[in-house]
Design a protein around this ligand. Structure first.
Ligand code: NAD
Ligand code: TYD
Length: 348
């Protein structure tokens, strides 16, 4: 019998890499529930959409009737919950949408899972972020024991959803696991986040907006390394535990931008220094967290995970992917990707 998993948010950036990795493993049957917001893109999944162990359902995780129906229909063994509003800047201009999906949507899933988890071997896996821990000074790392101290509406909504998952574990014996990961980058990244935005702007000779002085530090992980960690934690992570995921790869924004500019100049055949001239310092983000840095020792000691690529290798793969997937980028920036569902799924 196939092992049925409900993946939420599987048409997004990280979700599509997770879906692909599980679909390739034929012991799994994946039901991907995704609302297809602006961040959901079925063009991320064209290579798996006809696989027999994959099914797509367009819907909202806060639609409790739909979610309950899916649980009744599929006898899931596990849930891997990635669906979320994920962009800090959008959370500053529209926090309510973040509460609706990240908090209420998560609780809707937990409500359905509450009645389902009586059986042996079930697992509710919540994918979260290191941003729940707040902002670091120049020293130290986030560990699994760091107190929550979210600073943006996005991180507050993710912290709240983490708390709800743990509360369902404590109150209803929900068998859960949570992972908190650092900033991801790689293929299929929506070009509103720093790295894909810069790649797209350099390609089009547009200014590169750097918030404040570019002094903020982020800890970057290649998306495929995150997907590998997620599969490992789903299969071997201990119930009730939290795992931090990160590659000990901190970069000050301005240093990252300069590295990327030089790499893009080489790839595009520009004279060295051409892209750096596009760097434009702009007004800082409100409440901008200074530094994130993950200590992923627990995950590597307990489950043997480590990142497979250096940052330079991962960044080069990312740049090559964006330059080689012109249609994906054009469809995303013109909005054409939004038509994919109507064109390919309406008659199914
Ligand atoms: P994303 O914004 O690229 O994708 C989110 C997906 O969720 C989209 O496919 C969207 O259509 C779907 N979605 C949104 N609201 C929904 C709803 N109400 N019902 C059903 N589907 C809905 O996000 P991402 O960057 O791939 O992040 C995935 C998860 O990983 C999120 O939970 C995020 O908090 C977490 N995370 C992201 C990062 C990162 O660097 N991107 C790092 C750590 C953790
Ligand atoms: P982002 O990719 O939005 O991820 P997060 O806010 O979740 O860390 O931003 C990464 C860093 O880059 C963050 O310090 C904000 C900064 N940034 C800019 O300087 N300019 C931009 O246009 C964007 C989108 C981000």
């Amino acid at each position: 019998m196939a092992h049925n998993i409900l993946v939420t948010g599987g048409a997004g950036f990280i979700g599509s890499h997770v879906v692909r990795r599980f679909v390739q493993d034929k012991k799994y049957h994946i039901v991907n529930l995704d609302k297809l917001t602006y961040a959901g893109n079925l063009e991320n999944l064209t290579d798996v959409e006809n696989e027999v162990n994959y099914e797509f359902v367009k819907g909202d995780i806060s639609d409790s009737v739909l979610v309950q129906k899916l649980f009744e229909l599929h006898d899931f063994e596990g849930v891997i919950h990635l669906a979320a509003e994920s962009h800090v800047d959008r959370s500053i201009s529209n926090p309510l949408e973040f509460v609706q999906t990240n908090v209420i949507g998560t609780v809707c899933l937990l409500e359905a899972a509450k009645n389902w988890t009586k059986g042996e071997g079930k697992k509710f896996y919540h994918i979260s972020t290191d941003e729940v821990y707040g902002s670091l000074g120049s020293e130290g790392f986030f560990t699994e024991k760091t107190s929550y101290d979210p600073q943006s509406p996005y991180s507050a909504s993710k912290a709240s959803s983490d708390h709800f998952v743990r509360a369902y574990g404590n109150t209803y014996q929900l068998p859960f696991v949570i992972s908190n990961c650092s900033n991801n980058y790689g293929p299929n990244h929506f070009p509103e986040k720093l790295i894909p935005l810069l790649i797209n702007n350099i390609k089009n000779n547009r200014p590169l907006p750097i918030y404040g002085k570019g002094e903020n530090v982020r800890d970057w992980l290649y998306v495929e390394d995150h997907a590998v960690a997620i599969k490992l934690i789903y299969e071997k992570g201990r119930i009730g535990e939290t795992y931090n995921i990160g590659g000990f790869n901190e970069w000050k924004n301005i240093d990252l931008v300069e590295l990327l500019c030089d790499m893009m100049d080489e790839k595009l055949g520009n004279q060295k220094g051409t892209s750096r001239k596009l760097i434009t310092f702009v007004k800082d983000r409100a409440g901008h967290d200074l530094r994130y840095a993950i200590d992923a020792t627990k995950l590597s000691k307990e489950l043997g995970w480590k990142p497979s690529l250096t940052f330079e290798e991962g960044l080069e793969k990312t740049v090559d992917w964006f330059l080689g997937n012109e249609k994906w980028l054009t469809d995303v920036t013109t909005g054409v990707y939004m038509n994919y569902y109507e064109e390919h799924y309406n008659n199914r």
